[in-house]
Every structure is written in structure tokens, then in C-alpha cells.
Design a protein around this ligand. Structure first.
Ligand code: PFF
Length: 471
């Protein structure tokens, strides 16, 4: 079967793995979602909460997912099953999350394609954000074109996943990811040097503690999961391609750092410009599409920068969307024995169909609300990002910490003068062996990680989750 051949491939190099995993992490979550969530949730307050959750939960779960994946060398469900037969169900929750996320992710990916076309045809060479806002609203609220572009985005994703992913992802990530980084730095420099931009920098970086509510904390939690591709087994799948001599602790640090770096760059590219152009930071999902074109128009060779930006943003979105689709496809290929082609086509078709109401909810169906007064797209996002991903994180941390097992062993030592000393040392469990490559890597923070994954992660996520849902 093609999929199992592909699965047993390994990344060609360490850099290849890091770039591909970072490619899954870095996407619309960083470029589009992070800045508008920060804008809606009090700027610096959101960024601060995001950072706390990133340090306490993000790194911890990243390491847990990669470890489970590399140990099992299987997709998420297979991995849970291999470690504990009765836990296979835990993986299927992630498949549902991936399915839901991709249905609206692809709609936004379609907006990016359409803006790439607009940038290439020079149709937004203006710094008038009211005009740009009108253009954006007119576009997303129309029925036909956004759905068309959503279809184009799904076709690109489907084409790559159907062809097998290794070669493509690894090869292009090496060029496109650094290019994206460079262009983001350029756009950020222009944005923060606009007249009046400092207000926005302050808004983004100074936390106003009165803005921190249960809802803000839940959005930050969901965003950490969404942005790092955690809580749905995606990093389990990517970890399964990682070679046995690579350094898991190091990779688990680097991927979140790259991801956060790009999110901060995007925030600093967009929010200062919002203030400089006298726009509202809580404008929501349109922020990227309204503010950045205005920034481009103020840059030397701005139309070129605009085209380059949307090409790279599209690439970032596609390296994430293929990882979302891959999680679903590998599930039905392995569990239901479908061929890869059939699985990819049928699932993509279903995701496309579910994306249609998401797209229409920006215009003709905007009056339909599902959860907490949210439109269809926002509701699907809420269910997947703020409910299913954190749930997946709670399950994963309990699984790794308690079921797979991380525990201390009593050791009795004799000192030179004959005294008996008892210590409690971290036992050489399968997880610790996997992380340290059988003791070859020094994992100095092992005790900290074990404490975080056993206690802090499940409890902290549960608290944030429950108070955010019921608040
Ligand atoms: N991390 C991606 C982004 O920030 O755009 C989205 C994503 C990809 C979420 C893969 C979850 C996932 F498994």
C-alpha cells in the first residue's frame, strides 16, 4: 500500500524534519489568526497569556507528541494502539478536529489565493483602509468567488497529499520558509516605522491585565494548540518519520520557537499599521487582508512585495493544510483499508462541502448563528480549536504521563563510608528511553518535563478549558 511505504520513509535530514514540522506549525494560524486574535483580545494581554501557555503546555506537548510518534513509527491512531490497544479511540478525536479545521482553513486559504491574484493585478494599490475594508467585505460576502477559491485551495492540498508528501514538502520548505521569514521582517520594519505605529507596538507588547478574562485565556490556549499543530496527532505523525538518532528535546524547542517567531513578526507587521492607518484592532478576520495591502502601498516596490507575501503566505498555508488532510487520510487508509487515492478524493470532497457553509456564513448566511452567537465559520473554529484540540491535549498528557507511564524508581545506594542512601530516580521508561535515544542524549530537564506532562498540563488545560467553555 502506498501510504505505508510513505509512512516508513524518513526525513532526508534533520533540517528537513524541522522545516516540515515547522511548515505544519507555521501557517494561517500565525499570519492571519494570531494578529487578529491579539487585536480582539486586548493586544499585550493576549500575547502574555499566549506565552505563559506556550511555555507551560506548548513545549511539553510538542515533545510528548514527537516522542509518541517516533517511538511507534505510526500515525496517531496506530501509535496510540501500538502503545495501548484500548486507547486507539484517542487518535480518532484528532481526525475529527483535522477534518473540521481544514473545512474553514481552506476557505481562508482561498481568500489568500484571491488576494494573490488581486496583488498580481495591482488592484489594491492604496493606503485607504476604509476602501480596502470595503473591498474585503464585498469579496468575502459574495457567494461565488470565495467558494471557487476555496475549491482551488482544496485542489492544491489534495494534489500534494495524493502524490505522497515527503519529496515535495521537504524540498520546498527549505526555500520557502526562510523566504517567508525574510519578507515578514521587511514588512514588519516598514510597518513599525510608519507614522503613529508606536501606539500599535505598545498595544501589542504592553499587557493590560484588566483585559484578561476566561474567554481570552481559552482563545490563547486554543491558539497555542492551533498554531503549534498540537492536540490532534499531527506531530505524532510527523514524529513518526523522524530518524532514531535525531535529538527530540532540541527539535521540540526549535519548532515552537520558529512558530512563535513568525507569529510575533506577523503581529508586529499588522498591528502597528492598524494604528498608523487609524483602523480598529478588533476588526477580526479581515485584519491581514485590509492592513497589509495598505502597508505594501507604502513600501518601495510594494506591489512586488505584496505578490511575494501572498505567494509565501499561500505556501505556508499549504504546508499546514496538507498536514491536516494527511491526518484524516492516513486514518481511513489504515483503519478502513481505503486506497490512498480514494481516501484523499472522498475526504477532500467532504471537506470542500463543509467549507461551503463556512464561506457563505461571511455573507448570505451571516444571520445563522450556532454557538455563543457565532456564525458558522467561527462556530466550527470554536468547536475544533477551543474544544477538540485542548481535549486532545488533555488525553495525550494523561496517556503519556500515566498510561504509557513515567515514574520514579527507588534506588538504594551505598556510600563509601557504608551508609545507605535512598534516591528516587526517573525510571528508564519507554518514553524517557525514546527521548534520550537510549541514554545517549543528556536530557537535563527530564524531571521538569515529567512533572509538567503528568500534573501541570492535564490540570492546567482542564481548568482553562472548563472555565472558558462555561464562562
Ligand atoms: N498550525 C497551523 C497554523 O498555524 O496555521 C494549523 C494546523 C495545522 C493546526 C495542523 C493543526 C494541525 F494539526
Amino acid at each position: 500500500m502506498q501510504s505505508s511505504e510513505i509512512k516508513r520513509d524518513q526525513w532526508g535530514s534533520k533540517l528537513g524534519f524541522i522545516l516540515a514540522a515547522a511548515g505544519s506549525a507555521v501557517g494561517l494560524g500565525n499570519l492571519w489568526k494570531f494578529p487578529f486574535l491579539a487585536g480582539q483580545n486586548g493586544g499585550g494581554a493576549f500575547v502574555l497569556v499566549y506565552f505563559i501557555i506556550l511555555f507551560v503546555v506548548g513545549f511539553t506537548l510538542m515533545m510528548a507528541e514527537i516522542t509518541v510518534g517516533r517511538y511507534a513509527q505510526l500515525n496517531a491512531i496506530g501509535a496510540y494502539r501500538k502503545i495501548r490497544e484500548s486507547w486507539a479511540w484517542a487518535g480518532s478525536l484528532g481526525v475529527l478536529a483535522g477534518f473540521l479545521i481544514l473545512s474553514f482553513y481552506s476557505v481562508i486559504g482561498g481568500w489568500i489565493i484571491s488576494y494573490l491574484v488581486k496583488a498580481a493585478s495591482g488592484s489594491f494599490n492604496t493606503a485607504d483602509v476604509q476602501l480596502l475594508g470595503g473591498m474585503f467585505n464585498e469579496f468575502i460576502s459574495s457567494a461565488g468567488m470565495p467558494i471557487f477559491y476555496h475549491g482551488v485551495f482544496m485542489l492544491i492540498t489534495l494534489g500534494i497529499v495524493m502524490g505522497g508528501i515527503q519529496n515535495g514538502i521537504e524540498k520546498y520548505s527549505k526555500i520557502m520558509m526562510p523566504a517567508l521569514f525574510i519578507i515578514m521582517v521587511l514588512v514588519m520594519i516598514r510597518s513599525v516605522t510608519l507614522d503613529g505605529a508606536m501606539e500599535g507596538v505598545k498595544f501589542f507588547l504592553t499587557p493590560d491585565f484588566s483585559k484578561i478574562t476566561g474567554g481570552v485565556i481559552l482563545s490563547a490556549l486554543g491558539q497555542v494548540f492551533f498554531s503549534l499543530s498540537l492536540g490532534m496527532g499531527c506531530m505524532i505523525t510527523y514524529g513518526s518519520y523522524l530518524s532514531k538518532d535525531e535529538n527530540i528535546p532540541q527539535s521540540s524547542m526549535i519548532i515552537p520557537l520558529i512558530d512563535t517567531g513568525v507569529a510575533l513578526l506577523a503581529g508586529l507587521a499588522i498591528l502597528p499599521a492598524v494604528f498608523a492607518f487609524g483602523f480598529s484592532p478588533n476588526a477580526g478576520p479581515g485584519l491581514l487582508f485590509i492592513t497589509l495591502p495598505a502597508v505594501f502601498s507604502k513600501m518601495p516596490m510594494g506591489s512586488l512585495v505584496g505578490v511575494a507575501f501572498f505567494i509565501l503566505a499561500l505556501f505556508a498555508a499549504v504546508t499546514s493544510s496538507i498536514s491536516l488532510l494527511e491526518v484524516c487520510v492516513s486514518y481511513v487508509v489504515d483503519e478502513w483499508n481505503w486506497t490512498r487515492k480514494k481516501a484523499t478524493l472522498i475526504i477532500s470532497g467532504m471537506i470542500f462541502a463543509l467549507g461551503i457553509p463556512c464561506s457563505l456564513s461571511q455573507g448570505p448566511w451571516s444571520h445563522i448563528t450556532l454557538i455563543k452567537g457565532k456564525n458558522i465559520l467561527d462556530s466550527v473554529d470554536f468547536i475544533a480549536t477551543n474544544i477538540l484540540l485542548p481535549l486532545g491535549g488533555i488525553i495525550l498528557s494523561i496517556f503519556v504521563g500515566w498510561v504509557w507511564g513515567l515514574y520514579k524508581e527507588q534506588r538504594i545506594h551505598k556510600t563509601e563510608d557504608g551508609k545507605t542512601v535512598i534516591t528516587w530516580d526517573l525510571a528508564y521508561t519507554d518514553a524517557i528511553k525514546e527521548i534520550t535515544n537510549d541514554g545517549k542524549i543528556n536530557f537535563a530537564l527530564a524531571h521538569v518535563w515529567v512533572f509538567l506532562i503528568k500534573w501541570v498540563a492535564p490540570i492546567a488545560i482542564s481548568i482553562v478549558f472548563l472555565q472558558g467553555i462555561f464562562a
